[in-house]
Design a protein around this ligand. Sequence first.
Ligand code: CTP
Length: 415
Amino acid sequence: MIWIIHKKIADNSSHDYITRKVTVKTMKKNILLGVTGGIAAYKAANIISMLKKRGHNVRVIMTKSATEIITPLTLETLARDRVVTDMWEKKPNVEVEHISFAEWADVILVAPATYNVVGKVANGIADDMLTTVISAATVPVYFALAMNVNMYSNPILRENVDKLKGYGYKFIEADEGFLACNVNAKGRLKKEEDIVDILEKEFTEVPQTLAGKKVIITAGATREAIDPVRFLSNRSTGKMGYSLAMAAKKMGAHVTLVSAPTNLPRPTEVDEVVDVVSAQDMYEAVMSRYDSMDVAIACAAVADYKVKKYSENKIKKKEGDLTLVLDRNPDILKTMGEKKRDQFLIGFAAESENLLINAQGKLERKNLDMIVGNSVNYMQRDENKVVFLFKEREMKDISEMPKEDLAYEILKEIK
Ligand code: CTP
């Protein structure tokens, strides 16, 4: 199916934004919807009807508690298929149903996904049809979370979510809104239309413009040890670099991610993840691989200085001031610029003032093909608003968007 969306596109001639129609090819897919027993289970009806309208095949598995909230008949009628609720139901054929479900699906969506279902899957429990199918599936699985606010912020749920993310499961976080428990708080199922949009992104054909290319990306905030317990670092979350790594992978590249510490789950899709701590470690990891790369993107927030003398023992407090003498760290990106063969080199400039002048200076000083400039205010946010400056092209202003989407906008500029 051809899905027409309106997208803001930078108009090179004026730097203004114009709205154009962009056609994105979305394939008709087999979607297995798992409905679990949250109050939001009734919204599954809407999700099925939207998916059907967009041309997808939908099959539904309900947990026993979900059937207390909405009847299988309602969902069956909308899906135009038998809804499965029981693992031991007598079947007219002899196929092993949980395996055939797992094989039929291109993607599994659990909506709403309760505290309970996340806990079960995270701990290897498969005691009903839905959790059994999920455990046997090799396709992407999305959990659209919905629950009471205290359950939503319970560290046990967050730990289970992080564990599952580490295994490649995907999560659609809840929205803030009026909950069934009579409070306005986070825990409401994301709007049905947004859930369907997120799912369709999974099927959107990403142009394979980086096929066969080797891309190295630095990410995260480096740490400079002062003594065995203390270090110097910065507020970077690593989100932009990780988004770039995943987008480059989807665009067909062979991706090496050199990551300083972050709190993000390890991106399992990426070809090589090299964990580093200090700027010096990152320098060595990058420079030993740089020669064979086609594209290098320096997204890490690298400490410009390290302590001149690391203290083997914990520094004890004394009367008066304490002076730490700092030494310069290697500039990884500048070195890449100096050793550049024909690599396409992208840098970042996070500035608190004079964004364009500072970014332009770094573009020239570090011999880059492109630099992405943004305000430091976007550092710990999920969105970013940036400008692209190029060596040989006119600059582009990019409107604010999620870092996951911005990653594609950046990678599309690689020539
Ligand atoms: N960078 C790097 N190695 C360093 C410092 C920075 O690779 N030691 C890279 C960053 O990953 C980023 C770009 O250089 O892509 C710009 O980093 P930034 O910290 O903004 O600039 P600096 O070069 O450190 O300059 P200044 O301190 O003057 O802002």
